[in-house]
Design a protein. Structure first.
Length: 581
């Protein structure tokens, strides 16, 4: 093997890894829209989770990608840790599909059917179809399909180039001695773990092993420990993706690692016992591409059979390694690895915006009560909530901007725009909560008091705002269009109440029942309350607009006020409930 063979091998390896990455990314994009519905059907049933992980990984051709997504799902609350364990086990089996596809390259024979099954016979056709779909078709999904075909073609060409370049290694004694050394199970396992950890793909490292096996210098006694080590190395990707995530997400990555470590220890021990006691001739026989695929599948199935019945133990190990120390102030970090699957990325954003809504609206309800029941604890909680909603807005807004910068469908773009608008309104509601708290504290410091009539009016409008907050939360969190349509008539009643309360204050001021200084604070209170109802109206409008695939908020609100029967009916209900007779 000369220098040019080495360069050819490196080139083939680069094409192989590039093709696998391109194909995997395109498969994730193509399948991304369906992942949400697949996850929705997940239950705590072990077999359901197992086959879900197996199926998803078989489709996207990467257990690392599946596990990274699982970490993201757990991080955002889309999946429980117990569900994640079963999916991770299934992913380990699903990843073996790649080795079977690559093993087609080892088919030999002159029969026409056999020749057609060889990848280098049909890959050029797939590449041609892929180029046509990628260059001349405008539909994004069809472009992704073309990218998948191109990625697969590049992968197989790289595999063929790499296999051809390494054939000369069969006559290199240093190379054969290297694999004799790897017959030591521990060294072989370490070699597989390190290689896979570097390239972060067990499918790719198995493919490299299959290419090297074409030399005939790789015995099964060395290949099997390497395959076992590859399962440990592939955990690197999930561990990296879990950095900065919630504790539960880190536990999911720990489960992935412990599953593969425990499985490897058990079966490597069994392998070593058989090797040094029985010493079967198979271990000295040269490995084939299909033989490596069989060993890869058998090992992953064996690990699952061993550990699936005791998956609860893996969960306990994860809790020991990552103990429970989370505080209520923790803001979940959105996983950027999920940006490649817009449906799932938006789903985790939706969950975080719902949490933000709970915090923001709870802060406003507490602020409405501080005028009659002030406490330092409530004041601290309100200010902490406002700071937390600020962090949520920054995190979610940045994430949605990154998502929108990608090539996403119009439906996803509309959903992202809706969430961006909603987080702005929620953040402003928490600001108004703090403003109300400031008004209450100003009154306490200056020893200002409201008249009995003003207190009654404040309690009345506070009840109306609490109701509009509840309606808005249901509208957004549950995508309830009925609640969304009910928000606007109540908002109009709040506006009317504000006007009446402002006029009432002027009348009390003229009668000498209120001071001018109290009047300034009263005006601030009414402004913050009325603007809170405006933001609720905006959120409800976004829910309605997103359903119509049209985020023209002003147009929707104008349409809602055109004396529709529903609007008029509910306006009268709320007017009777809150407006003075």
């Amino acid at each position: 093997m000369d220098l040019f063979d080495v360069l050819t091998m490196i080139g083939g390896l680069c094409l192989f890894l590039f093709g696998m990455t391109v194909m995997g990314d395109a498969l994730e994009r193509r399948a991304g829209g369906k992942l949400q519905s697949i996850l929705a059907r997940l239950t705590t049933n072990k077999m359901a989770g197992l086959f879900t992980g197996l199926g998803v990984t078989a489709v996207i051709q990467s257990s690392s990608a599946t596990t990274v997504m699982v970490v993201g799902f757990v991080n955002s609350g889309l999946m429980s840790l117990r569900q994640a364990i079963n999916v991770i086990m299934g992913a380990n089996i699903g990843t073996t599909v790649t080795a079977w596809i690559l093993s087609l390259g080892g088919i030999s024979g002159d029969n026409i059917v056999v020749q057609l099954l060889k990848p280098m016979s049909f890959t050029p056709v797939l590449a041609l179809i892929g180029v046509i779909m990628y260059m001349f078709v405008k539909n994004k999904k069809h472009k992704d399909t073309g990218t998948i075909l191109l990625g697969f073609a590049v992968l197989m060409f790289g595999m063929d180039i790499m296999s051809g370049a390494v054939k000369g290694l069969a006559n290199v004694s240093e190379f054969t001695n290297l694999f004799i050394m790897f017959k030591n199970p521990i060294l072989g396992m370490l070699a597989g773990a390190i290689l896979t950890g570097i390239i972060q793909s067990s499918s790719a490292s198995v493919g490299i092993l299959q290419a090297l096996a074409m030399t005939g210098a790789v015995p099964y006694g060395a290949a099997i420990p390497i395959i076992m080590g590859q399962n440990i190395g592939t955990c690197v990707t999930a561990l990296i993706s879990s950095v900065g995530t919630s504790r539960n997400a880190r536990r999911a990555a720990v489960v992935h690692l412990s599953f593969n470590i425990v499985g490897t220890i058990v079966w490597l021990s069994a392998f070593s016992i058989i090797k040094y006691t029985v010493a079967p001739a198979l271990f000295d026989a040269p490995a084939t591409m299909s033989g490596i695929a069989v060993a890869h599948s058998a090992f992953n199935v064996a690990c699952t059979v061993l550990l699936l019945p005791i998956s609860v133990l893996l969960e306990k190990i994860a809790y020991i390694i990552v103990p429970e120390k989370e505080t209520p102030d923790t803001v979940t970090v959105l996983d950027e690895h999920l940006l490649i699957t817009p449906a799932v990325a938006l789903e985790q954003c939706q969950l975080q915006v719902v949490k933000m809504a709970e915090i923001s609206m709870d802060a406003m309800k507490k602020s409405l009560k501080v005028f009659s029941d002030y406490s330092e604890t409530s004041a601290t909680d309100i200010r902490k909530a406002e700071e937390k909603t600020d962090r949520y807005e920054d995190m979610i807004g940045t994430y949605l901007v990154k998502l929108s910068a990608r090539q996403i469908d119009d439906a996803y773009s509309t959903q992202a725009a809706k969430l961006l608008k909603v987080i702005g309104d929620l953040e402003r509601i928490s600001d108004h909560a703090v403003n109300l708290l400031d008004s209450a504290e100003e009154m306490r410091e200056k020893q200002l008091t409201l008249s009995a009539a003003a207190n009654v009016e404040l309690q009345n409008i506070s009840a109306a705002v609490e109701e509009i907050l509840d309606l808005t939360y249901i509208a957004f969190a549950k995508n309830n269009l009925t609640s969304a349509a009910t928000v606007e008539p109540l908002e109009q009643v709040v506006d009317k109440l504000k006007t009446l309360m402002r006029n009432g204050h002027i009348e009390r001021l003229q009668r000498g029942e209120c001071s001018i200084e109290t009047g300034f604070v009263w005006s601030d209170i009414l402004t913050n309350i009325e603007r809170t109802s405006d933001h609720c109206s905006n959120i409800a409008g976004c829910v309605i607009d997103a359903e119509d695939k049209n985020l023209n908020l002003h147009q929707s609100l104008s349409a809602a006020k055109k004396e529709s029967a529903y609007f008029k009916e509910h306006y009268n209900i709320f007017a009777k409930k809150y407006l003075p007779n």
